[in-house]
Design a protein around this ligand. Structure first.
Ligand code: ADP
Ligand code: MG
Length: 265
């Protein structure tokens, strides 16, 4: 079973989806096999990978609510990624799951079907602590929490960490918090530097990154890829490569040896 990484923060606009795409691309670039899972009814991850949710026939909603096979729903995405796409009807999935026995474990059970095919599965959560996010936390080995480096109050992060403690106790003792990931960091701002210095201590958690603020992130989807390919030498691309390397180090996973291209005779 590959590592399952949940990317969550119930605040919107903190770069969850951007981090899922960029980190996924950085891991895939090393040769790892990566599956991204869109758990947001707004389908931003699916869109970001160039897939129109209206064209998706089998989605994560079908996997969670009517037992469709994960394999039947997974689509190929750019940069050697694969995605379990979302569609707008995912908004109704939570209420459909409510009466289901073991409703917190539906995603975990579904991912068990394919876990051995991937080195890493990354879950992109919606901005809420609802049942879909609980399913993600119940399925994951570890959690990465993106947060805006400039915000002094990270209201919600404390609540998310309380939820993790409940999940540890009731649903998934394996889950660890891999780290906080400050995003949109402006190193020229003394304020941002002060916040960054304070974050890790305040929550007593490792700090990954930071990821610099850059307009290239907003441009990337329009250019048809992650920042890893649209601006491969940018500071933003380097930041996500560094986070990927830190994760692989923690997992003791070496990049698979890349086969040399064999010359045609
Ligand atoms: P979330 O998934 O948490 O709602 P997104 O990943 O969709 O957040 O990001 C919100 C917006 O911020 C997007 O327009 C994205 O392009 C932009 N963004 C993400 N990371 C950065 C960054 N490091 N610098 C500048 N803009 C960023
Ligand atoms: Mg998002």
């Amino acid at each position: 079973m590959g590592r399952i990484v949940c990317v969550a923060n119930q605040k919107g606009g903190v770069a969850k989806t951007t981090s899922v795409v960029s980190l996924g691309a950085a891991l895939a670039e090393t040769g790892l096999k990566v599956l991204l899972v869109d758990l947001d009814p707004q389908s931003s991850l699916t869109f970001a990978l160039g897939i129109d949710p209206d064209d998706v026939e089998i989605s994560v909603t079908d996997v969670l609510t009517v037992g469709a096979e994960v394999e039947s729903a997974v689509l190929p995405a750019p940069e050697k990624l694969e995605v379990l796409p979302a569609t707008l009807d995912l908004a109704g999935a939570e209420s459909m799951l409510l009466p289901v026995e073991n409703r917190e474990f539906v995603l975990r059970q579904a991912l068990e079907q394919v876990g051995s095919r991937y080195d890493v599965v990354i879950l992109d959560c919606s901005p809420s602590l609802g049942l879909l996010t609980i399913n993600a936390l119940a399925a994951a080995d570890e959690l990465v929490v993106p947060l805006q480096a400039e915000m002094l109050s990270h209201r919600g992060v404390g609540q998310l960490l309380d939820t993790v403690a409940d999940v540890n106790r009731l649903l998934n003792p394996r889950l660890i918090v891999r780290g906080l990931l400050p995003t949109m960091y402006d190193g020229r701002s003394t304020h941002a530097r002060a916040v960054l210095a304070d974050i890790g201590e305040r929550y007593e958690l490792p700090v990954l990154g930071p990821v610099p603020r850059s307009v290239r992130f907003a441009e990337a989807p329009g250019l048809g890829g992650s920042i890893l390919v649209t601006s491969p030498r940018s500071a933003g691309a380097k930041a996500y490569r560094d986070v990927a390397a830190a994760l692989m180090k923690a997992w003791r996973v070496a990049a698979p040896a890349v086969k040399k291209a064999t010359r045609k005779a």
